[in-house]
Design a protein around this ligand. Structure first.
Ligand code: HEC
Ligand code: HEC
Ligand code: HEC
Ligand code: HEC
Length: 458
C-alpha cells in the first residue's frame, strides 16, 4: 500500500537527494519535479527496478542554456544529466528527436557543433536527425562521423549518410526482455500504409514501438492509431511545453516534447505481467534551476562563448539604414543639454546593461547584445565597445530614437522613431516579473522632471 506523506516544503529536491538513500531519492526526486511542487512524497514506494525509462528531448532550436536575464527560467543542456543520471544507464534510453538549432547562419552552426558534443558527453543513445540537422551536419563535415558518436536515424532522403530509419535496444529485466524500437517516418515521402514495414515483427520478447514524425496531420494520427503497431507517437512540437495529445490510458500515447529544452519527457515502460503489452506512462520533467549543472557541460558552454567571440559575429550583423538619414549619436551627446536626465539615468540599471553582459562573458554574442545596447541592427548603431562605446547599455536613443536631427537643431526637431517599447525587451522570457508590475518598473526608470505634486505648487 502506498502511504502519502505531505512534506513541509523546506527541502529542495536536491537536498532530499542528498539526505536520502540514493536509489529511493532518485525516484522521489523525479516525483517531486513531476508534480511540480505539489510536494507529495510517496514515502514507501516498492522500488520497481523492472522499469525501462526512455528520456525524450528535442527541438532545442539553439537554446543551449537560458540567458539568465530573469529568475526562474527553465532549460539548460548542462542540467540534463541531473535528470538522466537518476536512472542507471543500463535501464534507460536517451533519445533526441531532432532540430538542434533554429537556422543555418554562422552562429547556428557553432551551436550545432556544441549540441552535438553535448549529446555525446551526456551519453545519448540515439538521435533523430531532421532535414535541417542533416544539412547542418553536412555543412560542418560531421555527417560521416555521426554514426560513430551515437546512433543516429533519419527519414530524410536522399542523403549520402546511409543512416538507418530505426534503432532497437533490448533491456534484460527480471520479468523477461523488453525491446524498444525507435523509428522515424516521413508522411510526405511515403504512404502511411508502409508504416507496418517500419517496425520489426513482435516476436517472443515484449516490444515497445516508438515512432517519431517530423511532420504531422490529424488524419495521420488516426491511421497510425488504428493499425496498433505504434505504442508511442511523437508529433512535432506546437508549444514550448510538452503535451500529451492522446486520452489518458489510450494507446498509442501521442505526445510532443516541447521546445527549447525546457522540459525532459520521461516515458516509463513496465513489462506486462500477463503476456499483454508493456505499460507506458508519460511525465514531463521541468529543467529547473535547482538541478545541479554538470561541470563538463558548463565548460563546454564556455568553449561556445569563446567560439562566438572568436567569430566576430557583431561585425557581421546585417544592418538596416535609419529613416530620413538619421543617425545614432550616443548617450553622452545628450548630456550637455539634459544633464538632469543623464545623471538620473546613470544611477539606474539600464546604464550598466553592457557591463552585465561582460560579467557573464556574453558581451560579443549578438543574441544577447541586441537588447543590451543601442541600435545593433542599424547602421550607425553599436558595433563594439572600442569603436562605438557611446552606444553601449540601454541608452537614451533606444527609447527616444536616434538623436542626430534633434541635436543639430538644438532640440527644435522632436525626437522620432525608431523607438523601442518596454515590452520589446521586457518579454515574458527575458523579464519574467515585468508583466503585472509595469508601474513598478516604470517608477524605477523615472529620469525626467516630474510635475510638481499639487500640494507643492506655490
Ligand atoms: C533595449 C531593451 C530594453 C528596453 C526597450 C527597455 N529595457 Fe529595461 N532593461 C533592459 C535590460 C537589458 C535591463 C537589465 C540591465 C542590467 O541589470 O544590466 C533592464 C532593466 C530594467 C529595470 C531594472 C529591473 C530591476 O529589477 O533591477 C527596470 C526597472 C526597467 N528595465 C524598466 C524598463 C521600462 C519601464 C522600460 C520602458 C519604458 C524599459 N525598461 C525598456 C532592457 C530594456
Ligand atoms: C529580448 C531582449 C533581451 C535579450 C535578447 C537578452 N537580454 Fe538579458 N536582459 C533583458 C532584460 C529586459 C533584462 C532585465 C530583466 C528584469 O530585470 O526584469 C535583462 C537582464 C539580464 C541580466 C541581469 C540579470 C540580473 O540578475 O540582474 C543578465 C545577466 C542578462 N540579461 C544576460 C543576458 C545574456 C547572457 C543574453 C544572451 C544569451 C541576454 N541577456 C539576452 C533583455 C534581454
Ligand atoms: C528605457 C527607456 C528610456 C531611456 C533609456 C531613456 N528614456 Fe528618457 N524618457 C523615457 C520615458 C518613458 C519618458 C517619460 C514619458 C515620455 O515623455 O515619453 C522619458 C522622458 C524623458 C525626458 C522628458 C521628456 C518631456 O517630454 O519632457 C527627457 C528630456 C529624457 N527622457 C531624456 C533622456 C535622456 C537624456 C536619456 C539618456 C541619458 C534617456 N531619456 C533615457 C524613456 C527612456
Ligand atoms: C543642444 C542641446 C540638446 C541636445 C544635445 C539634446 N537635446 Fe533633447 N531637447 C533639447 C531642447 C532645447 C528640448 C526642448 C524641450 C525642453 O526641454 O524644454 C529638448 C527636448 C527633448 C525631449 C522631449 C521632446 C522630444 O523631442 O521628444 C526629449 C525626449 C529629448 N530632448 C531627448 C534627447 C536625447 C535622447 C538626446 C541625445 C540623443 C538629446 N535630447 C539631446 C535640447 C537638446
Amino acid at each position: 500500500m502506498l502511504r502519502l506523506v505531505t512534506c513541509i516544503c523546506v527541502l529542495t529536491p536536491l537536498e532530499i537527494l542528498a539526505k536520502a538513500n540514493k536509489k529511493v531519492a532518485g525516484v522521489l526526486f523525479l516525483t517531486g519535479l513531476t508534480f511540480a511542487g505539489s510536494c507529495i512524497l510517496v514515502s514507501k514506494p516498492a522500488l520497481n527496478t523492472d522499469v525501462v525509462t526512455v528520456f525524450l528531448t528535442g527541438n532545442e532550436l539553439g537554446a543551449l542554456i537560458p540567458c539568465g536575464c530573469s529568475g526562474g527560467q527553465l532549460g539548460g543542456l548542462d542540467r540534463r544529466p541531473a535528470v538522466f543520471n537518476s536512472v542507471p544507464a543500463q535501464r534507460r534510453l536517451i533519445v533526441d528527436t531532432g532540430l538542434f538549432v533554429e537556422g543555418d547562419g554562422e552562429q547556428d552552426l557553432i551551436k550545432f557543433d556544441i549540441v552535438f558534443q553535448a549529446f555525446s558527453l551526456m551519453g545519448y543513445d540515439l538521435v533523430n536527425l531532421a532535414e535541417e540537422d542533416i544539412k547542418a551536419a553536412e555543412n560542418l563535415g560531421l555527417l560521416d562521423s555521426i554514426g560513430s558518436v551515437f546512433n543516429a536515424i533519419t527519414s530524410y532522403r536522399p542523403t549520402d549518410s546511409n543512416l538507418p530509419t530505426k534503432f532497437t535496444k533490448k533491456f534484460p529485466l527480471k520479468g523477461g526482455t523488453i525491446a524498444v524500437t525507435v523509428a522515424v517516418f516521413d508522411v510526405e515521402s511515403a504512404p502511411i500504409e508502409q508504416i507496418g514495414n517500419v517496425f520489426p515483427p513482435r516476436a517472443g520478447v515484449q516490444t515497445v514501438n516508438i515512432l517519431i514524425l517530423n511532420r504531422c496531420a490529424p488524419g495521420i494520427i488516426n491511421s497510425i492509431t488504428k493499425n496498433e503497431i505504434v505504442d508511442c507517437l511523437i508529433c512535432p512540437a506546437e508549444s514550448d511545453e510538452p503535451a500529451l495529445l492522446s486520452a489518458r490510458g489510450k494507446r498509442p500515447l501521442v505526445i510532443s516534447v516541447g521546445r527549447f529544452g525546457r522540459y525532459i519527457c520521461k516515458l516509463e515502460i513496465k513489462p506486462s505481467q500477463d503476456k499483454g503489452k508493456p505499460q507506458l506512462s508519460f511525465s514531463p520533467i521541468p529543467v529547473k534551476e535547482v538541478l545541479k549543472p554538470d561541470k563538463t557541460l558548463v565548460d563546454l558552454y564556455k568553449d561556445y562563448q569563446q567560439l562566438v567571440k572568436g567569430a566576430n559575429l557583431l561585425e557581421k550583423i546585417p544592418r538596416f539604414s535609419l529613416p530620413d538619414g538619421l543617425e545614432y549619436t550616443g548617450t553622452e551627446s545628450c548630456k550637455d543639454c539634459h544633464q538632469y536626465e543623464y545623471d538620473k539615468w546613470s544611477t539606474q540599471s539600464h546604464a550598466h546593461a553592457y557591463e552585465t553582459l561582460k560579467s557573464v562573458d556574453s558581451e560579443l554574442d549578438p543574441e544577447c547584445v541586441v537588447c543590451h545596447v543601442v541600435g545593433l541592427k542599424y547602421e550607425s548603431g553599436f558595433v563594439s565597445e572600442e569603436e562605438t562605446g557611446h552606444l553601449k547599455d540601454v541608452g537614451c536613443e533606444i527609447c527616444h530614437g536616434p538623436g542626430s536631427a534633434h541635436n543639430e537643431t538644438m532640440g527644435k526637431a522632436e525626437t522620432t522613431g525608431p523607438k523601442l517599447d518596454c515590452t520589446d525587451c521586457h518579454t515574458p522570457e527575458n523579464s519574467g516579473n515585468y508583466a503585472g508590475n509595469e508601474e513598478h518598473y516604470f517608477e524605477k526608470i523615472v529620469h525626467w522632471r516630474e510635475p510638481m505634486a499639487p500640494g507643492n505648487v506655490k
